[in-house]
Design a protein around this ligand. Sequence first.
Ligand SMILES: Nc1ncnc2c1ncn2[C@@H]1O[C@H](COP(=O)(O)OP(=O)(O)OP(=O)(O)O)[C@@H](O)[C@H]1O
Ligand SMILES: [Mg+2]
Length: 295
Amino acid sequence: MAQSEVQFDAVSKSFARRSEPPLLVLDRVSLRVAPGEFLVLVGASGCGKSTLLRILAGLERYDDGRLILDGQPVHGPGADRAMVFQHYSLYPWLTVKDNIRFSRQLKVVRDNLTSNDVEVASGRSDALLQLMGLAHAADYYPNQLSGGMQQRVAIARALMNRPKLLLMDEPFGALDAQTREVMHDLIRHVHQLEGTTIVFVTHDVEEALYLGDRVVVMAPKPGRIDSVVDLPFGRRRDQDLKITPEFLAIKRQILQRIRETSGMKTDLEQLEQLSKHLESATGSTVMNTAQGDIA
Ligand SMILES: Nc1ncnc2c1ncn2[C@@H]1O[C@H](COP(=O)(O)OP(=O)(O)OP(=O)(O)O)[C@@H](O)[C@H]1O
Ligand SMILES: [Mg+2]
């Protein structure tokens, strides 16, 4: 199985701003991703998750430190890595099957490969269509597919060239809750079958815990690693895991870290502040503010 090993050593990244000093987005990030690992990054909006992933994809440069992928410094994108984004980004003029084969067909043209190579590629794309439950939709166009189906095509396309590293930036963020659950089981199955190293970004802590071997909690201003949590759930998982006390305890712990590091106020704190503000504005007491914990 082809699996990548990743090593970030004190990687820093700033973005220039017009009339302000540069914005430090990643501050000396050090992190190792083991071959075959499923690593999930979580953290408040703006803490640098996508930037970290884009650097790993070779789509963004970093300023300081070192990023080593399978023993080599990363200087740009490569066929060893594939990325899946939140928005499906399929080619609307190609069928499902041709979307999946597209990169391989380009390679055949570019590298002057033989018809045998094309046949091998067809075998792979057919197998991926089956794996993704898309065989019946092979000749559909993207506008004939649901969001979940489109994202399955995008994942199949990313897997087509057998990447050693699959990078996913909130890939299920636009899907409804039921479709997300199906996608979670599917992506775990794919991970076990293909053995690819996966680095996955999400806002959703439950998703992170269900999918990952480890969860990295990032903190903002400047973007950095706050903590890393080893998940003790083993490789076989089912949806009932999400209601076990162990799962819920880790979920609570991570949510707490995200709140603390981002300086986010809870709903209750915000409501109290709002009540005080209204009280001082109107001279009266605001009745009955809602009480509740945010999950
Ligand atoms: N190309 C860019 N130029 C300038 N600033 C940028 C650029 N890309 C990102 N930033 C800034 O860098 C910070 C981190 O952005 P990034 O997209 O990595 O965060 P994120 O953790 O992925 O957030 P979200 O959860 O909202 O997707 C943000 O403050 C963002 O405004
Ligand atoms: Mg992002």
